[in-house]
Design a protein around this ligand. Structure first.
Ligand SMILES: Nc1ncnc2c1ncn2[C@@H]1O[C@H](COP(=O)(O)OP(=O)(O)OP(=O)(O)O)[C@@H](O)[C@H]1O
Ligand SMILES: [Mg+2]
Length: 449
């Protein structure tokens, strides 16, 4: 029999949480088997004295002796934790279920109902687990189930997942993904999120999806608002990239994936360096200070990623595409932004890998040459400030939101393009489509040979 438990680790004030758990239709298979609701148990339960009195006053005739029911061993009740808050309103009434056959029928129905979520398709393959689109069979609500990888964990809950869940529970902002609840199904642990149709990477990879400058501004403003909220809470995301930026059909943007995020250490502590890991951020969005080995970084590392995304909105592809290693990634950055200069960034030569990775030649910035013609002067200025090589000179999210780019025409407008988008575009589907196109091209070339 299928065991499935939905339980309460979600935000206490989450509306979905209370709706879910107060809705009496909403229950788990183990709770369905809870013996309080078992028709067999009902047969065995003696009515209370008040019930007997009422029945006696209503019925003057002698009650018929009830049939003795022996439970069929095949349908032995599984043991499990009690779910006292959950009820079973659709259980057959005692009069209808006064035969073992009826009871067996009832139990068979429960078997069919099984897990609460019906999986529709996989929409994400992350480093730590898979993400599925699913429908809640009771409420009809679409959700994203993020499966946690537990195999590597010998004991207890993985620390990365633990951090991700606690952070998500502490957030409350329209531009940050909200965790509905945690769920355990067949020994797998899932985070349950409201479903979002697209992610930024998936959308940008579809060349037939046209996004106006006013819509790009809207996207970017929501992104900055989300990151400003995190940074005010002293949280660094540490994996800003297009596939972690979700967009729903109404045009609401949410930053997700807090698997690498952390709260910054208290600056008043006497430790010399916070000694954070530098094994963070997907390579193409990694800022120069991390690539040079910094372990004493701050919110600026997210701002670099935000700068990359501003450019990506216009170019439709990641701008610094290093080939697999940090050295090549640095070279890709140097090629556009120029090599690190200690005049501009005096602390750079104290970074652990600075000497080792010092380039032989000095390159000037060619940023204007690459992007000047693609952006308005204000937009270009903002991009330049977000992508400052010196992290201390990088603009903050709050200042970026006050940049003249947001005051110039065209002003931001609702994301109307979403109304004509065919399909749902996450990075996962975009990659799949690319693979299929590549395969089709290969087959065509083979046929022509
Ligand atoms: N709520 C959601 N609705 C729809 N799709 C989602 C949702 N959450 C995540 N996804 C999709 O699943 C993908 C992977 O999710 P997520 O980034 O949280 O996992 P991850 O394992 O940390 O991934 P990675 O290591 O690739 O960053 C996302 O890029 C996104 O496309
Ligand atoms: Mg991700």
């Amino acid at each position: 029999m299928d065991k499935h438990r939905g339980y309460s680790t979600a935000r206490p004030n989450s509306s979905s949480y209370s709706r879910y758990h107060n809705d009496e239709r909403f229950r788990t298979s183990s709770s369905r088997y809870h013996d309080t609701y078992s028709p067999l148990k009902r047969q065995k339960t003696q009515p209370s004295s008040s019930e007997t009195q009422t029945n006696a006053s209503r019925n003057t005739t002698k009650p018929k002796p009830k049939p003795v029911i022996k439970p069929d061993l095949k349908f032995k009740l599984p043991t499990g934790p009690k779910a006292t808050r959950l009820s079973l309103p659709s259980a057959p009434s005692s009069s209808k279920s006064s035969s073992p056959e009826k009871y067996i029928e009832f139990m068979k129905k429960i078997e069919i109902v099984g897990p609460i979520h019906e999986r529709i398709q996989q929409v994400g393959q992350g480093t730590y687990g898979k993400v599925y689109k699913a429908r809640n069979k009771i409420t009809g609500e679409l959700v994203a189930l993020k499966k946690l990888k537990l195999e590597t964990e010998k004991e207890g809950f993985p620390i990365t997942a633990n951090r991700e869940v606690s952070l998500l529970q502490s957030f409350d902002h329209p531009n940050i993904a909200g965790l509905d609840e945690m769920m355990v199904e067949k020994n797998q642990v899932y985070m349950v999120f409201p479903y979002m149709n697209h992610d930024l990477s998936g959308l940008l990879q579809q060349s037939d999806i046209k996004i106006t400058d006013a819509e790009k501004k809207n996207i970017f403003k929501q992104l900055l608002k989300g990151i400003e909220y995190l940074h005010k809470k002293r949280v660094i995301h540490r994996d800003i990239k297009g596939s972690n930026i979700l967009i729903d059909t109404k045009g609401v943007l949410k930053i997700t994936d807090f698997g690498l995020a952390r709260t910054m250490k208290d600056i008043n502590t006497k430790v010399k360096s916070p000694n954070y890991t530098n094994r963070v951020i997907t390579l193409w969005y990694r800022p120069p200070e991390i690539l040079l080995g910094s372990t004493d970084y701050g919110r600026e590392i997210d701002i670099w990623g935000i700068g990359c995304l501003l450019l990506e909105l216009f170019t439709r592809h990641p701008v610094f595409q290093g080939a697999n290693d940090e050295i090549d990634q640095l070279l890709k950055i140097y090629n556009i932004m120029g090599t690190v200069s200690v005049d501009d960034w005096p602390e750079a030569d104290k970074l652990p890998w600075f000497e080792m990775l010092r380039p032989n030649v000095h390159c000037p910035s060619r940023f204007k040459q690459f992007f000047g013609h693609k952006l308005t002067p204000h937009c270009f200025d903002l991009a330049e400030k977000l992508l400052s090589m010196n992290p201390h000179k990088r603009i903050t999210a709050t200042s970026a939101l006050r940049h003249p780019y947001f005051l110039e025409e065209p002003r931001e407008s609702p994301l109307m393009f979403l109304q004509t988008v065919k399909g749902e575009w996450h990075e996962f589907e975009a990659k799949k489509k690319r693979r299929q196109l590549k395969e089709a091209a290969r087959q065509k070339a083979e046929a022509q040979m």
